[in-house]
Design a protein around this ligand. Structure first.
Ligand SMILES: NC(=O)c1ccc[n+]([C@@H]2O[C@H](COP(=O)([O-])OP(=O)(O)OC[C@H]3O[C@@H](n4cnc5c(N)ncnc54)[C@H](O)[C@@H]3O)[C@@H](O)[C@H]2O)c1
Length: 278
């Protein structure tokens, strides 16, 4: 069998919405640490005419990422990557956030970048949260972008003594995602492929519900009430952006990050979400 193959990591709402938008006619391998999530998404999509294989995988583990790629290559060439796996500040401790969201994403982009076909496209889900952190130095940004993946977690700025809390770890991870996408897009470009990230605001998913019902719940509710859109977003609206980035219409777009946050970041800097003192 030789089909175009999509790798989807993270069988959540955002991942499924993008896979449904872009994955028709393809073989879709959906990897998730919780196999039951992958199975649920596979069942829903297969019953809607897609061709999906669920697989247990761990984004924080290079061998597991390689197994996902090998599974995909059984069916054909890897033409699309959707990375929507991740843990949020209320779901995991600092170490796990850095291992999954920061290191795991970097390894995935690197490994898929070795096999993506010409004309291939990828998106990884970052977050507007990374835009709220104070600027890093040019040197720190460059290290996040370019240091070999196995050295990432040894960086000074990522040591536990330099990380305030899980939100700070999450913000660093998402900042790293954007920087890594820029550097990897150069390598993907050498293969004729494109790579971008999307930074959503609050999108109603199980992950967001954990935040809304968690210790930062009031902060989250305030954020979507006071953003220009005045509401949280939906996974299908993130898929609208992915469709632009992953289709021919996005042929000149690579190595960049697109926000899809209902204007929450704009309001954080220049509107009612601006903190009293920064
Ligand atoms: N929902 C939001 O408001 C929001 C906002 C900004 C960014 N994001 C980002 O979007 C991405 C997807 O989130 P979502 O809201 O669709 O969440 P979700 O909870 O619906 O899905 C996330 C999936 O990732 C899986 N996962 C967690 N750790 C994993 C690991 N180590 N290996 C493989 N799979 C793993 C989970 O089991 C889950 O199925 C995350 O990176 C998140 O940070 C979400």
């Amino acid at each position: 069998m030789n089909k175009r193959v999509m790798l989807l990591t993270g069988a959540g709402q955002i991942g499924m919405a993008i896979a449904r938008r872009m994955g028709y006619g393809m073989k879709i391998i959906v990897g998730d640490k919780r196999i039951e999530n992958a199975q649920t998404v596979a069942k829903t999509m297969n019953e809607a005419g897609y061709d999906v294989v669920p697989m247990e995988m761990d984004l924080s583990d290079r061998e597991s990422i390689r197994s996902l790629i090998l599974e995909g290559q059984k069916y054909g060439d890897i033409s699309m990557l959707v990375n929507a796996a991740g843990v949020s500040p209320s779901q995991a401790p600092v170490e796990a956030i850095l291992k999954v969201d920061l290191y795991g994403t970097a390894v995935l982009l690197e490994e898929v970048g070795k096999v993506i076909v010409p004309g291939g496209t990828g998106v990884t889900i970052s977050s507007q949260s990374g835009k709220r952190m104070p600027q890093l130095t040019a040197e720190e940004d460059e290290l996040l972008a370019c240091i070999p993946t196995e050295e990432l977690l040894s960086l000074d700025i990522l040591q536990p003594c330099n990380i305030k809390d899980t939100l700070h770890a999450y913000q660093l991870a998402k900042r790293c995602n954007e920087k890594r996408v820029m550097a990897e897009a150069v390598k993907w470009g050498e293969r004729g492929a494109r790579l971008n990230s999307i930074s959503p605001g609050i999108i109603v998913t199980p992950l967001a519900m954990d935040e809304i019902n968690g210790p930062r719940g009031d902060f989250y509710k305030n954020m979507f009430q006071k953003c220009p859109a005045g509401r949280p977003g939906t996974a299908d609206e993130v898929a609208n952006v992915a469709e632009l980035l992953m289709s021919e219409k996005g042929a000149f777009i690579t190595g960049t990050d697109f926000m899809c946050d209902g204007g929450a970041t704009a309001s954080y800097y220049y509107g009612p979400l601006k903190p009293a003192r920064r």
